[in-house]
Design a protein around this ligand. Structure first.
Ligand code: NI
Length: 250
């Protein structure tokens, strides 16, 4: 059994969620954790969490929402965290890939949500793109742990996050030929890894270029098994137990 710890199932990308969940289960991928990270997708994700027993939810405001998120939105987020399928806050973080113009606003939104996570003892799912230094700086101010979503940094950065008590979310990028991630994964313990697709993005080889799906998780797990020289079953067992531990599932 595999857990997809991070996917986006917006109605804009996926119309027939029931078929998707059925296909996932056939491939042994269940439960999944849906990330709602805008006002609209937070509502959608919570609806799916209500409807399907093997869909859990993390909610939080993505750094792309930094300019439009108000204190009232944060208050509403805090209220929704109390709903029963919500297992964490995310994805939240910093993204300087398209520029740093609103860096201060991003940091402010990120830190406010880290404070909420600390208050409710909830795990966080971190989005960090071209912003490793500031991300680590913010995280160190709060007593939180969770997952570094879509990790693709250096071995040094991986070790730093692990030392801070974080798990690394490994996705389709590990199957890409032009990525060093496979090499990094050979050198970090399986005990610090969880699986994720980040659907609809970052589809693993051999389906790279198509729309991603949680049912492709076994391709990511297979690549990790090769890197670590262990069986696919071991990758499934350890990453599933890691995910259950972090998000307090079952
Ligand atoms: Ni994501």
């Amino acid at each position: 059994m595999f857990i997809d710890t991070h996917c986006h199932l917006s109605i804009e990308d996926y119309e027939d969620i029931e078929t998707i969940l059925e296909d996932n289960r056939k491939e042994g991928v269940s439960p999944i954790i849906i990330s709602g990270c805008t006002k609209e997708t937070i509502i959608e994700s919570l609806q799916y969490g209500n409807l399907y027993s093997d869909a859990f939810v993390t909610i939080g405001y993505h750094p792309s929402e930094a300019d439009i998120t108000t204190d009232e939105d944060l208050f509403l987020l805090e209220e929704k965290l109390k709903l029963n399928k919500v297992v964490g806050i995310g994805e939240i973080g910093l993204d300087y890939h398209y520029g740093k113009e609103n860096k201060d606003k991003q940091i402010e939104l990120f830190e406010k949500q880290l404070a909420i996570a600390e208050k409710y003892h909830l795990p966080v799912v971190i989005h960090s793109r071209d912003a490793t230094f500031d991300t680590i700086d913010c995280l160190k101010k709060y007593s939180v742990s969770g997952v570094i979503h879509c990790f693709s940094g250096s071995l040094e950065t991986a070790k730093e996050y692990i030392k801070m008590g974080f798990f690394l979310g490994i996705g389709g990028v590990i199957t890409f030929k032009n990525s060093n991630l496979a090499d990094t994964v050979t050198k970090i313990p399986l005990d610090s890894i969880v699986l994720e697709t980040d659907s609809p993005y970052l589809t693993p080889v051999p389906y790279r270029g198509e729309k991603n799906s949680s049912k492709y998780i076994p391709f990511i797990a297979e690549k990790i098994a090769n890197c670590k020289n262990v069986s696919l079953k071991q990758v499934a067992e350890i990453t599933t137990s890691n995910a259950k531990y972090i998000f307090h599932l079952d």
